[in-house]
Design a binder for this molecule. Structure first.
Ligand SMILES: [Fe+2]
Length: 186
């Protein structure tokens, strides 16, 4: 389950409906799949895409996405730090960034263009979100440096990041909540 936190507000949202409503206000949709565990840890890219053929097909029809692939990042990934550095600086894209996490965890920071506070979406296996084209954002992995996710593209060339060099990313600590994180009720 994703956790959404707004800067300056210690309470994390973990209620699916609350998260959906909040994100929808920023043009982001969030969907949850509870059956990703049926995939083995060593599932191939083809097996992962085949397992979720139906929702991927639906999404392609809905959003004009033409291709899907699977990205696999782990501590063994060659040039891992260089790759993470590309994700973790504030940027935007000419197309939607749709991600369906099947393993691992990470944090999207979203910087609304209307000057609302920066907020973070911590995602884990089973979470699917889109970051709409033009949205200012950046992404970090959690401590275990592991993520495996399906990516959907309207045009793979559109994924190229446009960096803002605003320095905003440096003002937000990319700390993940642990698996036993329990939100406060206050
Ligand atoms: Fe991005």
């Amino acid at each position: 389950m994703a956790v959404v936190t707004i800067s300056g507000n210690e309470r994390g949202m973990e209620n699916v409906d609350e998260i959906r409503e909040f994100l929808a206000g920023h043009g982001i949709w969030y969907r949850r799949f509870d059956d990703v565990d049926r995939l083995g840890d060593d599932a191939t890219e083809q097996q992962i895409l085949a397992a979720f053929d139906e929702p991927i097909g639906k999404l392609k029809a809905e959003g004009g996405y033409t291709t899907a692939d699977v990205i696999d990042v782990s501590p063994q990934t060659p040039n891992l730090q260089a790759m993470l550095d590309k994700f973790s600086k504030e940027h935007w894209h000419d197309e939607d960034e749709v991600r369906f996490i099947v393993r691992g965890r990470g944090i999207f920071h979203i910087h609304p263009r209307n000057d609302d506070a920066v907020f973070r979406i911590q995602v884990e296996a089973g979470d699917m979100i889109n970051v709409p084209r033009g949205t200012l954002h950046w992404f970090d992995l959690c401590d275990e440096s592991r993520i495996r996710c399906i990516r959907l593209f309207q045009d793979p060339a559109g994924w190229l990041p446009h960096y803002t060099d605003s320095g905003e990313d440096a003002r937000h600590e990319p700390l993940c909540f642990g698996p036993r994180y329990i939100p406060t009720s206050s």
